[in-house]
Write a protein that binds this ligand. Structure first.
Ligand SMILES: [Zn+2]
Length: 632
């Protein structure tokens, strides 16, 4: 790596020492960057949980319950004693159902028990009127990570992976008391049903265009499409009413629903529901089952070993009680000084973004006005919320029962809470991410950005880092999240987050042309683990580009800044060493491009990159001015 030049490969040049040093932990697919920060937060919080449990002293009732769930999840002996029984008891209802008629009487119960269904129902904000909720339906997930694994020409890989999955499932079925013959029959049916689903549900690439989920249909029509499933009865059981309209997220799947789910393949469905639900609950059972249940995912990601019971317990408890845990973390570890400083950076970035749009000489005034309105009404959620949502008062479980039963109870409360939202206004103060999460997001349907406390640390941000470094770190990430308001999806929503086209016809054409140029810039780039899908990753690539454009603008108008520090820290935040299997998996399932490209692609669209490092035509990180893309 000694001969690497920054002009050829910014990412590897900046991170070369770190990349050599990094060791991927046995129970992880990667190390460094985001993962390293997450691991640090996790270690810190596991220590906190252990102290709270040892002293039986909790800052509040929520954390007392989180700690009790943690203790339950860590208790290996107790889990061994319960074995697979709690899951089998929960699934017993499936065996009893011998016909579709009987099935239709119990659909609500099956949903509340968390058993796999041919349709999934949820209450979501209505994309065209985001202050109100609607009922949305979608199909189930396939066994492999994406439908692209089932595509023609990939049969060999598909067979290999499904065989591997079946191998783990067979061992679980043996523990469940099934003979080899029974297990083979169950698996044959499971895979046949999975193959039917795979024909029609959306691929990850299709899901990445999330505004295409919005397909309102009259409930009567949908009920006809999903017959023999009695949708009207199910809706009445769930909501006490039949909504006039339903949003169908996957029209293709529901148009072909009868081929997937019908009286002739009811046994096939039952086998699929039984096996996939059982596999999905393994982590809550004995250690042996947790190991088997996670085996396939580990193999796909190149993870060498199962995580410790302690780590698993923390992840489960901190996920179930995410908001109280995040609030505790934020209050204890995130200073008010840092919060004020970052809010200042956000305001400056928003103001610069507005200025850039005002100065934009390609867009028409009408479009610019709308974009500026969207920016000036954008909400900012920084650090952690100041209160815990009401749902956490309800998340109570019986400690004397098994871990499986405890988690089933909590999940059921969450499902019911979601259904109860129908008819209520959308809570726009809801935080999409908890304070202890190392991540950030933009919510297109609320038009706000969320920055949990845990991401607000070095290398992203530190009071000790230079302003240039902070702009290349958290500044560019803030710019990234803001840019999601104007990426290929976000641009379809207005300042209230409603799906509403605010573009003039001519501007929309110009924008789409630039989106296509961005798709082209990434599409087909070959990496050792596979090819990049330009369309699948376009919204994230637009966001990275926009984040860099706005922060470079601030850099240019500031005194005493260093572009070298800016670009160096930008490359540093993406530093990551990952297993090749995991890299290959991410290409199929992650809307973000590979880290090396996130670091190396955006700079080459900007003159500051060429000026700072004297990048010439002969350098690898050079692209001709005519091929450079700047959208915002
Ligand atoms: Zn993003």
């Amino acid at each position: 790596m000694e001969n690497i030049r920054i002009q050829d490969d910014l990412y590897t040049y900046v991170n070369r020492e770190k990349l050599e040093e990094l060791v991927i932990p046995d129970d992880m697919p990667m190390a460094g960057g985001f993962a390293a920060l997450s691991t640090d937060v996790e270690k810190l919080m596991i220590g906190e949980f252990n102290t709270m449990c040892a002293e039986a002293s909790y800052p509040n009732d929520y954390l007392a319950r989180a700690c009790k769930l943690y203790t339950l999840a860590k208790d290996v002996k107790r889990k061994k004693k319960h074995g697979i029984k709690p899951a089998l008891k929960n699934l017993a209802i499936l065996k009893k159902l011998s016909s579709l008629r009987g099935y239709n009487l119990h659909t609500k119960e099956l949903i509340l028990k968390g058993i796999a269904m041919p349709i999934n129902i949820a209450v979501e904000p209505n994309m065209k009127d985001t202050t109100h909720h609607c009922v949305m339906i979608q199909g189930p997930s396939v066994i492999l990570p994406d439908t692209s694994y089932y595509a023609e020409g990939k049969e060999q890989q598909k067979e290999m992976l499904l065989n591997m999955w079946s191998g783990f499932a067979k061992q679980v079925l043996a523990i469940a008391g099934h003979s080899e013959e029974e297990a083979d029959a169950l698996l044959k049916n499971t895979l046949s049903f999975d193959a039917l689903i795979a024909k029609y549900v959306k691929s990850n690439e299709e899901w990445s265009e999330y505004t295409k989920m919005y397909n309102p249909m009259k409930t009567g029509r949908v009920a006809g499409m999903v017959k023999p499933l009695n949708l009207k009865k199910l809706l009445t059981d769930l909501f006490g009413l039949i909504p006039e309209e339903i949003i169908v997220a996957e029209p293709r799947y529901f148009k072909n629903f009868k081929e997937v789910f019908n009286p002739d393949n009811f046994e096939m469905y039952k086998a699929w529901a039984y096996v996939t639900s059982l596999m999905g609950s393994c982590s809550l059972l004995s250690e042996e089952l947790r190991d088997l249940g996670g085996g396939f995912r580990r193999a796909l990601s190149g993870i060498a070993a199962v995580s410790t019971p302690e780590k698993f317990a923390y992840q489960l408890a901190s996920g179930m009680y995410s908001e109280p845990v995040g609030l505790y973390y934020g209050e204890k570890y995130f200073g008010e000084e840092a919060k004020a400083d970052i809010i200042d950076i956000v305001r400056q970035i928003v103001a610069t973004y507005q200025k850039r749009i005002k100065d934009n000489d390609i867009l028409e005034q009408a479009t610019k006005d709308k974009a500026i309105l969207k920016l000036s009404t954008m909400g900012i959620k920084m650090g952690y919320p100041d209160r815990v949502e009401e749902i956490y008062d309800k998340l109570v479980f019986d400690e004397s029962k098994s871990l499986y039963d405890a988690v089933s109870t909590l999940r059921k409360i969450r499902i019911l809470e979601n259904f109860a939202k129908l008819g209520k206004e959308v809570d726009r103060t809801h935080w999409a991410m908890p304070g202890h999460m190392v991540n950030a997001c933009y919510d297109p349907f609320v038009n706000d950005i969320t920055f949990p406390a845990a991401i607000l640390q070095a290398p992203f941000y530190s009071i000790k880092q230079s302003r240039s470094e902070n702009l290349g770190g958290i500044g560019a990430v803030i710019g990234h999240e803001i840019s999601h308001a104007f990426d290929s999806n976000g641009a379809k929503c207005d300042e209230l987050g409603n799906l509403n086209n605010w573009w003039t016809k001519a501007d929309e054409r110009k924008f789409n042309k630039k989106v296509n140029a961005m798709i082209k810039q990434f599409d087909g780039i070959e990496l050792p683990w596979g090819k990049v899908n330009g369309k699948f990753t376009v919204s994230e690539n637009i966001a990275d580009n926009g984040g860099m454009a706005v922060t470079l603008d601030i850099m240019s108008s500031s005194e005493g800044v260093s572009f070298e520090e800016y670009f160096t820290n930008w490359a540093r935040v993406w530093c990551q060493k990952a297993k090749p299997e995991y890299q290959a998996l991410l290409l199929q399932v992650d809307v973000h491009g590979p880290n090396i490209l996130r670091a190396n692609m955006p700079p080459r669209n900007f003159p500051e990159w060429y000026e700072t490092f004297k990048v010439k035509k002969s350098d690898k990180m050079y692209i001709a001015p005519s091929k450079r893309v700047v959208i915002w």
